[in-house]
Write a protein that binds this ligand. Structure first.
Ligand code: ZN
Length: 343
């Protein structure tokens, strides 16, 4: 055996090693700018056939008043496939977690309320988690907000009206599957539009006009779609060195991860959004519809609602501005239009 340089060792496979088709094209954030989180490739048929839905349980939820004036209910889930705390960001009081509400043996009312398994709102001195107690206390407790404190401007409603042309199922809850993006959501990165997409999803779901039945953002803790922040930053460096997204992917050997869809499906079922009643899915990726529905069609997507990047909607006046993003705008816009009409 000759002395091979480190890059020839079996631990570092050749750059041209064959890879499953679904692993490569849309992994990185520059593609993600165009397609947002929808750039995630669909799981392979094999994965889908073999996949069993993970078991999920909502550990705790809490009411979160937000800076926009709306409220959401943040749900922390645990599951039997990884140790991450995946989240459900729930808009509207009518969407409830089955596993959270389920009684746990020996728990006290204070414990139930502490983990968020209560009806209505908490207030100082409340002693009971259940609805009968709420009725007794009625009049003494503040009325639940239903978005009245933050009305949606007429401009934003008409904007969305255009986006949602043909959307006839507004009574169905709106759902978005979103993958964690520290760079785009926390440290102001303009390499992708994840932060903007998260904001937009929340805006649509908190509007009583657009989403009267509420909505859910399933927030999966899979930075860079599971490769982690460190690997994502390496991909950025490889792109800055002149590699395109495809080459950077090959060099980093990003793993495919179809599990996230199963987690999302399980969480949606737990939130009562499974079955024939159906949901509307906010996505630009038609392939995602089937993936989110689950191996046994546990969730039924009745309608796909497209998400238009702010920059395109406003002719560049709003939304992400950066060199990285602009070089993709002109080349990918046709592709995006195509997807919009692909209902
Ligand atoms: Zn991002």
């Amino acid at each position: 055996m000759p002395d091979l340089p480190a890059h020839s060792s079996p631990a570092f496979p050749p750059l041209h090693s064959p890879r499953p088709e679904h692993e490569h094209p849309h992994r990185l954030e520059e593609d993600a700018y165009i397609l947002g989180e929808d750039a995630t490739p669909p799981p392979s048929n094999d994965a889908e056939l073999l996949e069993e839905l993970p078991v999920v349980e909502c550990e705790v939820r809490a009411r979160i008043p937000t800076t926009t004036g709306h409220e959401m209910w943040l749900h922390v889930y645990r599951n039997n496939v990884d140790t991450k705390e995946h989240l459900a960001i729930v808009f509207g009081a009518q969407i409830r977690s089955r596993s959270l509400d389920r009684e746990r043996e020996g728990e006290t009312e204070l414990e139930r309320m502490t983990r968020g398994a209560y009806v209505g709102r908490l207030y100082p001195g409340r002693t009971h988690s259940r609805v009968e107690a709420i009725k007794r206390a009625e009049g003494a407790m503040p009325k639940a907000q239903s978005g009245g404190s933050a009305s949606v401007s007429s401009a934003s409603v008409s904007d969305v009206g255009e986006d949602m042309e043909g959307s006839s199922n507004t009574e169905l809850p709106l759902v978005r599957i979103h993958s964690e993006c520290y760079t785009g959501e926390t440290v102001w990165s303009a390499r992708c539009d994840c932060g903007e997409q998260l904001d937009e999803a929340a805006r649509l779901m908190s509007s009583p006009h657009i989403s009267p039945s509420g909505g859910v953002i399933i927030y999966l803790r899979q930075e860079g779609r599971g490769i982690g922040l460190g690997e994502k930053l390496k991909a950025y460096n490889l792109q800055d060195l002149g590699n395109d997204t495809y080459e950077a992917n090959i060099m980093l050997r990003h793993p495919a991860d179809a599990r996230s869809y199963g987690l999302a499906t399980s969480m949606l079922v737990d939130l009562g959004l499974g079955g024939e009643a159906g949901i509307r899915l906010l996505t630009n990726n038609p392939d995602k519809v089937r993936a989110v529905e689950g191996p046994g069609r546990e969730v039924v997507v009745k309608e796909r609602v497209a998400m238009v990047p702010l920059a395109w909607k406003t002719g560049g006046k709003a939304g992400i501005k950066s060199e990285e993003v602009e070089k993709y705008l002109s080349t990918k816009i046709e592709k995006f239009k195509h997807m919009l009409t692909q209902q």
